[in-house]
Design a protein around this ligand. Sequence first.
Ligand code: GLA
Length: 371
Amino acid sequence: MRAVEEKAARAYRKRFDHEPELIASAPGRINLIGEHTDYNGGFVLPCAVGRRVAVAMGRGGDELYSTNFDETRPMSGEKDSSWADYPRGVVWAIGETGHGIGDFRAAFAGDVPLGAGLSSSAAIEAATALALDALFGLGMDRKELAVLCQRAENEFVGVGTGIMDQYASLLCEEGAALLVDCRSLQAQSVPLDLDAAGLALLVCDTQVERGLADTGYNDRRAACERAAEALGVEYLRDARAEDLENLSGEELKRARHIVSENARVLEAVEALRAEDYRELGRLMYASHASMRDDYEISTQALDAFVELAKEAGALGARLTGAGFGGCAIALLPARVADALARETRARFAERGFEEPAFYEFVPAAGAEVAR
Ligand code: GLA
């Protein structure tokens, strides 16, 4: 078992004085390319990261314990704007699908950094959903669980995100990225062996508070919906580059990002399959520029990291996730990763940015029942 899984099991024993019946875990994610395309019915290419949320579970009782917050909360239908709303939301969403589950208690442990844009919330949802499915023999498949987790996030927690994070957490495979068509909800693994190419992916957490993230996210979403309506398509996924002539102002900029980003995801998959990392890198830089100039979700620190990556010889770099802070990634020769991290720390300090954190990236396995 992984360290976080052992930790959840220990916490369960200590807290509830019993052996857990089951232990499951689910990862956070980075997105290689395809940002804000999910709620536009488009394509995304995320990868699970090596950091996970684990849950130890058993039937009976009604308590949820978190080692991260060192607190117990009731497993009730009432929200309290805490971490416990995610597992509660999953239970609610399972009920909405018509499945019945009994009482249970659970202990959570995790090492996905919170609020960094690596989807700790999807990880807690995915771990809970997989564990409940196994514990109560619901027989749901991974895609159904992912859709249910998104519903928990949208309708119970009340955050209007797309499907990417939950899909990544439940469906990613070790050593691969996951291409998702967010309209048909079909997904396929795309092998990603950076080691063999002498490459690494450095994750830079700018540690910037994503305070305005929710309003920013909802504003972007609303602008996309207006643009789709103006073009007479259900999703911007169906708009073509030439259709953009019929838009102006904010809608034009937002739609231009979505239309070009969707095309870049498919090109990136081709590049990955051909092991053409230069091309993948070029697409990543283009994606960042589009998010900075057209989607307007970057920050000074994220832009600075992308520039420093370029100077250090990275093949590509871009912000990853919702934007407005959070993380950026750089694809670069493994031997220069440490130097880029050092340089970024120094330059961020000079410019008065928050001290960044760096995470090692390996394309990890999706959610698993560990025992
Ligand atoms: C957040 C959301 C995802 C997706 C990304 C942007 O992570 O949860 O659904 O929209 O932002 O690509």
